[in-house]
Ligand binder design. Sequence first.
Ligand SMILES: NC(=O)c1ccc[n+]([C@@H]2O[C@H](COP(=O)([O-])OP(=O)(O)OC[C@H]3O[C@@H](n4cnc5c(N)ncnc54)[C@H](O)[C@@H]3O)[C@@H](O)[C@H]2O)c1
Ligand SMILES: [Fe+2]
Length: 451
Amino acid sequence: MPIVRTIGPAVASSAVAALATVEPDGPVRSTVGDAARTSRVGIPERGPHGEGREGNVALENTDQHEHEGLRLSKFHAPEIVFGPDSLREAAFAAVRLGARRPFVVTDPGVFEAGWPHELLRDLRDAGLNPRLWTDVTPNPKDHEIEAGYHEYIASGCDVVMGLGGGSVIDAAKGVALLASNGGRILDYEGIDRIANPIPPLIMMPSTSGTGADVSQFCIVTDTERHTKITIMGRALVPDVSVIDPRLLVTMPEWLNAATGLDALTHGIEAFVSLAHGPLTDVHALQAVSLVNSNLAHTMTAPGDTAARQAMAHAALEAGLAFTNAILGATHAMSHQVGGMLDLPHGVINGVLLPHVVRFNGAVTPERFVPIAQAMGLCGPGVPGDEAVDMVAAAVRKLGDEVGVPTGLGALGVTEEDIPRLAVLTLGDACLTTNPRPASVDQVETLFRAAL
Ligand SMILES: NC(=O)c1ccc[n+]([C@@H]2O[C@H](COP(=O)([O-])OP(=O)(O)OC[C@H]3O[C@@H](n4cnc5c(N)ncnc54)[C@H](O)[C@@H]3O)[C@@H](O)[C@H]2O)c1
Ligand SMILES: [Fe+2]
């Protein structure tokens, strides 16, 4: 019999912990109680507060109802250094954190693009003795992270630095986690299972989407079960995130499209999440607005630095929103497809998102009104069901503009895969905060609609 522990809001280091029951010996189960769900379903519709700075963000007013129903919430974030040429700040941050031998994680694609050379030069100029480790592949694998951990220990390193996309950042987090906790990386699946403090983390994202550089998530491919597992915990929030939009210009076009749609998915899922709140909503809507206004432009004008900076900003806002409000069914489903077929995470999200918007919109239509406003699709008075349709159609249109396929079939998913993918989805931590409970049959139906 597994010991069942319920984490209460007062001790939770993450919003989702307040909504989940964790079995220490098993995967995180989607066991959100009725009370938790009904407290968020039917949130009163609120009028717009004003216009955003860089888009038409509908900043909501927090009214009496919201405060009455407000749970204890925590907002965690790293120190953030943002702007062109900020990469050179990473070496100063390493010195400040006490590094002597920083362990620099990157991958062959980012290495080829040249960015690690700048970082290594700066680290050496600062008197440090960095160790470079590049053996990470997209959708980082359990055994790669364990190999990195052995390398970290063998080389006597002290601070972990990740320079790359979400895969590199997650691998760097995994190495740091194992460095002070030992064992196998898959043992940490679930919420708050990291007992010992981990080495300082400095992250430098080279894609504009995952938000892994500010998040409390680490996503790892379980190579035996062919799925992706989620490790979650306050300990995984990096100490410093250094966001230099220059790094985005070497992204191939497909990666720019994929990561931009990932950021859009983070914004939308965080805004409708059961764990959303006034502290996260503003970031979620700002992310939606920025992606909507800038992603397509970065595809047609890749050298436009203002649009790249806006996308880096979008990814950051989306990351701040979802690391605190958590995600939903799109990510729960996407992790299963990504683990099975080793496909780009953001592309899978882009295909699934319109279907999940319609599914969730059936129970929380009013949450989609501010999203539709942030996308410039309507004013404040539009009925919720119309906003749901507008958002779903606009997400699909953006997917078409940036070249994302319309169905999972084009990515290699078959009808025969669906039952297994649906069962695995129900065990994913991200489903816990989806605003609409989903049965295995409903998840199968969603996968079929997206095929
Ligand atoms: N931890 C989190 O909070 C979180 C959130 C969302 C997604 N993720 C994970 O992130 C991963 C996806 O990350 P991603 O979409 O950023 O891509 P990625 O890190 O998987 O990179 C994809 C490819 O692009 C190359 N690349 C990256 N940046 C480049 C650049 N600037 N120039 C040239 N090439 C570059 C890489 O070398 C790699 O080959 C998935 O595993 C996903 O599950 C994690
Ligand atoms: Fe994501």
